[in-house]
Design a protein around this ligand. Structure first.
Ligand code: ADP
Ligand code: MG
Length: 694
């Protein structure tokens, strides 16, 4: 029988395959490029391309594509066949180093936020040799970065790679002060992915799911998640078959899909892979989302990755577990067991605290989208306020350092870094705070604000850059110090004192926290357009410029794209809602109320003395709601037509402030009707039917 080990990674041109198929010197040259960022020689590229092509053709491929991540948040590909004409009407199969290194998709149809207007329309894709090529649908996919010809980045990957370089460099400078033999620092990410599975037949009957990815209408089912019977519950057979199939497909692609379980909401599930280098984690997560949808089709499911597919039950997020590790495999966020290691650990820890405090706005911005606005702060996911959970033990240690006091129950002397060993910090998974947006979980941070449909590229670009910034500052202070140990001690203490306001170990869902956070002066950027507006503040432009992550021009383009994406999303939702109400709900309701009215007439003729309470009562109620719905959808329609008066950020704010509330109003009458109109008359599947399918 074929075992997992036999097919794991069988569709990946990974290190093992390269070693096997490339001439020794070519393999070595390629490794130098991957490990040390050295330039790639064209002869090497030719040789790699040839080996890749032969491998892919043996596996049944006919095409190749540069696989890239434009700012749409999904991946893009343009397939080219390997074929070239040969004499006598024959065919040659070709793939050159040039084709491997560079591709030229037409840039004009991808969002560029004004870059296109100012610069050349054309863009090119450039091979990212640090992420393995793989086979999908009989096509060799080559992971690439995507830029305009004038050098501006047009994708999510390039800034990420730049940020990984930046943090590696800054972290290494700090490590050298501690006397390291590491040559590189790598950020690692393990994204936990939530999703919903519903029956495809239901999905196909709902225009809102088809166009907007979420239900825009729908009354609550009698049962939701209140029985708490779904989380970690036994899997439906259909779902379990789906998960097995999904794992198999992901394993073939070399993705370490590891944990699968039911989530809190009915029909909600989660998949977590083993963590890996950030850019590979990004690629793998993009692939995972794509494969999730594909495999769902095979099982008669629709996989919903939207942040809030159903009102009234939990939405879906993505937990971005993040850490730093050296090329020797040392996790820098793992508390060590020697005084030196402890000091180094605490230094990195407070660097993250400072980064999160000073750049709350950027972290919030990096997870802002129309979809995620339905989660953040809506009593389920983390709130829109960014804060850090450290846990009691670590907080106590830092408090002791800050106040120059002993750590309770330990030494009598005050805590001194570089001299004392820290008390053990338990890597506890039982009482971990699940409400915190940015939680330290023993040896990594878990950024929990990401939406389920997000690319993890941008949030990680932000985390890497802001932490690099603090490490650079730390290095400037420490490198000039006479007494290094004392300087580290002072720096950890001062940084913690200055930024401890960002630490919150309590319940982040509570109203008291909103109040408390306001007193502490923390930001509360409730909506996406508010969050986007912080992107272009001078401090943020300076930050990204300093590390060469985004130029000011690139940031402006991103700002435009974000606002555009938000406005387009709400626009599509509004139009879909109008369409469903006008063409499905109102006709169904009118027909139903008409039939009651007809019945009423007929009954009155037969029983003139009898009061027809049920018919009259129901009819009056329905006609009242029908009128309200008619007016509400008209108001919504009018508002949408006013959108033409706005652009950019003001358009996004207009959708947020003037269109979304009208959508809520229309939904209210519509959902009230759903609860009293006959089941056979309702034009689309209800929440109950969708969430409790068999
Ligand atoms: P939980 O649901 O309790 O948060 P999971 O096991 O579902 O835990 O997810 C934990 C995730 O964190 C996994 O994807 C795991 O690989 C990842 N992870 C563990 N260690 C690290 C690390 N050092 N860097 C990044 N991610 C990590
Ligand atoms: Mg988690």
């Amino acid at each position: 029988m074929e075992t997992v080990a036999d097919y794991f990674g069988s569709l990946v041109f990974n290190d093992e395959v390269m070693r096997e198929r490339l001439p020794k010197d070519v393999y070595k040259a390629l490794r130098r490029t991957v490990d040390e960022g050295k330039d790639l020689d064209i002869n090497v590229a030719n040789s790699v391309a040839n080996a890749m092509k032969n491998w892919a053709i043996e596996k049944g491929c006919t095409h190749y594509t540069h696989w890239f991540q434009p700012m749409t948040g999904i991946t893009a590909e343009k397939h080219e066949a390997f074929i070239a004409p040969a004499e006598g009407g024959k065919v040659l199969l070709e793939f050159s180093g040039k084709e491997l290194i560079k591709g030229e998709p037409d840039a004009s149809s991808f969002p560029s936020g004004g870059l296109r207007a100012t610069f050349e329309a054309r863009g090119y894709t450039a091979w990212d040799p640090t992420s393995y090529a793989f086979i999908k649908d009989d096509t060799l996919c080559i992971p690439t970065a995507y830029c305009s010809y004038s050098g501006e980045v047009l994708d999510k990957k390039t800034p990420l790679l730049r940020s990984m370089e930046a943090i590696s460099e800054e972290a290494l400078k700090i490590l050298r002060l501690f006397g390291t033999d590491a040559r590189r620092v790598i950020t690692t990410v393990g994204p936990e992915q939530e999703y919903f599975l519903i029956d495809k037949k239901d999905y196909e009957k709902r225009k809102d799911l088809i166009y907007a990815g979420r239900t825009l209408l729908g009354a609550r089912a009698p049962k939701g998640q209140e029985m708490e019977d779904h989380y970690f519950g036994a899997l439906r057979t259909r779902v379990s078959e789906y998960m097995q199939d999904l794992d198999r497909e992901l394993w073939k692609l070399g993705i370490y899909a590891k944990t699968s379980h039911n989530e809190v909401a009915p029909c909600q599930h989660e998949l977590a892979p083993v963590f890996t280098t950030t850019n590979i984690a990004v690629d793998n997560n993009q692939l995972t989302m794509e494969i999730m949808k594909k495999v769902a089709e095979r099982h008669g499911f629709a996989c919903l990755l939207h942040e809030k597919p159903f009102e009234g039950v939990n939405g879906s997020g993505k937990h971005n577990n993040w850490s730093l590790s050296t090329d020797k495999g040392t996790n820098l966020l793992e508390p060590g067991d020697s005084p030196k290691d402890n000091a180094q650990f605490l230094l990195f820890l407070v660097a993250v605290l400072k980064a999160v405090d000073e750049y709350q706005d950027l972290l919030r911005m990096s997870v802002a989208s129309a979809g995620n606005d339905h989660r953040l702060g809506a009593n389920e996911a983390p709130p829109a306020i960014v804060s850090v959970f450290l846990g009691d033990e670590l907080t106590e240690i830092l408090d002791a350092i800050a106040e120059g006091k002993p750590v309770s129950g330990r030494t009598k002397e005050k805590m001194q870094l570089g001299v004392h060993v820290l008390p053990a910090i338990p890597k506890d998974t039982t009482d971990r705070n699940r409400t915190s947006p940015f939680a330290f979980t023993g040896n990594k941070f878990e950024f929990r604000m990401l939406g389920s449909s997000f690319s993890v590229a941008e949030p990680n670009t932000v985390i890497n850059t802001i932490v690099a910034k603090e490490l650079r500052e730390f290095h400037a202070i420490l490198s000039g110090a006479d007494d290094f140990t004392k300087a580290v001690n002072d720096l950890v203490r001062d940084t913690y004192i200055k930024h401890r306001r960002i630490v919150f170990n309590g319940n982040n869902y509570s109203d008291e926290w909103v109040e408390e956070a306001r007193r502490r002066g923390l930001m509360n950027l409730v909506s996406s357009p508010d969050a986007y507006d912080t992107l272009l503040s001078p401090k943020n432009i300076e930050l990204f410029g300093e590390f060469g992550i985004y130029s000011s021009i690139e940031l402006h383009s991103r700002y435009e794209i974000l606002n555009e994406e938000y406005s387009k999303t709400v626009h599509i939702e509004a139009l879909t809602m109008i369409d469903m109400i006008n063409r499905q709900v109102l006709p169904a309701v009118m027909e139903y109320s008409g039939s009651i009215a007809k019945g009423l007439e007929a009954k009155k003729a037969v029983l003139p003395q009898m009061k027809l309470e049920a018919e009259e009562g129901r009819l009056a109620q329905i006609v009242g709601l029908e009128n309200a719905l008619y007016r509400a959808v008209k108001d919504l329609d009018d508002a949408v037509s006013l959108a033409a008066d706005y652009t950019g950020s003001s358009l996004a704010h207009f959708y947020r402030n003037s269109v979304l509330p009208l959508m809520d109003a229309a939904r209210e009458s519509c959902d009230a009707l759903e609860l009293i109109v006959g089941q056979r008359n309702w034009p689309y599947p209800t929440y109950g039917e969708m969430l409790f399918y068999v």
